[in-house]
Design a protein around this ligand. Structure first.
Ligand code: NAD
Ligand code: ZN
Length: 350
């Protein structure tokens, strides 16, 4: 087991990699988080999960108050949030309560938002059960829900107290969901960790085969990278934007086609790399390396879509400031830059 600590001005999050997820029970009993309220009485603890995760892991949760969500992105809504508030009130969770999200990125995003708003904030932690949640969604404190056609437009930045990443939970993950996590790991590598990119290139078969030792290494590397960025810019005013590499396209593709986040990220990565080549920033051979890696993970690298049709959605994306669109491009593998495009300029390049 390895512990990474994410420190901000006022918070510390312990991220446990390669820890059996059932250890959340000891964490709650203060094994790792000293000087806090004791949680021997389970009545003030609520677990938020989704029905898929509960079906597989629910036997470990029988002593707790459990709130179950419908799986999938549609649950990331204010309506779901209201339903959860209602159940928290029914369970009589008070401001000394603790909320644990056990699930993928959808459960983590909703749990973080609910916990940071219910009673003006109660303590919370995550058991991240998808690869995508382990390397990305559970780390960094961004949480929230979708509203109208905007992704993640309502939310807060509030750090959880702990995150558990148990690779054994990935055994039950559908292969397609596993690949989505790999897309985010490729994104992290491109956004600033060339060693991680090379580690991925050199271990394709073991990664596709979910080999434990390599999986733990890449999860650890991806988390360390994200932690280092979040610690420099928790509120997303500067360098944190590089973690959005590929995402301006990805969010527009998701809204337009309903494609899963990870697959849309893979296509977004390729399109952003293509634009980087067109602008003379990235060389062709690096572009080919990126596409080849994604292909070896069985991720999509293109789709039948008139990408110019995504422009209205891109302009609506919340990353737009004034008339300019903030876009992350690559000068090389692991070398991102933030570029401001005028909408017209981007249209020509697309
Ligand atoms: N907050 C952030 O910084 C951040 C970063 C990246 C992504 N996200 C968000 O994360 C979401 C995507 O997350 P996701 O890909 O984890 O999706 P998800 O939470 O929908 O999980 C994918 C599917 O896997 C199932 N599942 C979860 N764990 C499982 C397990 N161990 N075994 C079997 N099935 C399991 C779920 O029920 C679901 O059907 C998006 O909403 C995205 O916006 C947030
Ligand atoms: Zn993402």
């Amino acid at each position: 087991m390895r512990t990474i600590t994410l420190k901000t001005a006022i918070t510390e999050t312990n991220i446990f990699v390669d820890l059996p997820f059932t250890e959340f029970k000891s964490i709650i009993k203060n094994k790792w988080i000293p000087n806090q309220v004791q949680y021997d009485n389970f009545s003030n603890i609520a677990i938020i999960t989704d029905s898929n995760v509960r079906t597989i892991y629910g036997r470990h949760l029988s002593e707790y108050n459990v709130i179950e969500l419908k799986p999938g992105e549609e649950s990331k809504s204010l309506e779901t949030v209201e339903n959860i508030y209602r159940q928290l009130l029914d369970f009589e969770i008070d401001r000394h309560g603790f909320i644990i999200g056990i699930g993928g990125g959808v459960v983590c995003d909703i749990t973080g938002f609910v916990a940071s708003t219910f009673l003006r904030g109660v303590r919370f932690g995550f058991v991240a059960s998808t690869l995508l949640a382990q390397v990305d969604a559970s780390i960094g404190g961004k949480n929230g829900v979708n509203f109208l056609s905007y992704k993640n437009i309502v939310g807060t930045i509030t750090q959880p107290e702990f995150v558990i990443c148990d690779h054994a939970m990935l055994d039950t993950l559908l292969v397609q969901e596993y690949r989505c996590g790999l897309a985010e790991i490729v994104k992290s590598a491109l956004a600033g960790n060339k060693d991680l990119f090379e580690m991925l290139e050199q271990n394709i078969d073991s990664i596709n085969g979910k080999d434990k030792s390599i999986l733990n290494k890449i999860i650890l590397e991806a988390i360390k990278f994200k932690v280092s960025i979040v610690e420099q810019d928790e509120k997303d005013d500067g360098i944190r934007q590089i973690l959005n590499f590929g995402h301006t396209f990805a969010h527009a593709i998701e809204s337009k086609t309903g494609m899963s986040h990870g697959e849309a990220v893979a296509i977004g990565i390729c399109k952003s790399a293509e634009i980087s080549v067109k602008m003379g920033l990235l060389n062709n051979s690096e572009h080919e390396r990126i596409k080849s890696l994604l292909k070896k993970f069985n991720l999509p690298i293109d789709m039948k879509l008139n990408f110019a049709e995504l422009l209205p959605a891109i302009s609506k994306d919340k990353k737009r400031k004034d008339e300019m669109i903030n876009f992350i491009l690559l000068k090389g593998i692991g070398e991102p830059i933030i570029h401001k495009f005028k909408s017209e300029e981007l249209k020509k390049l697309i």
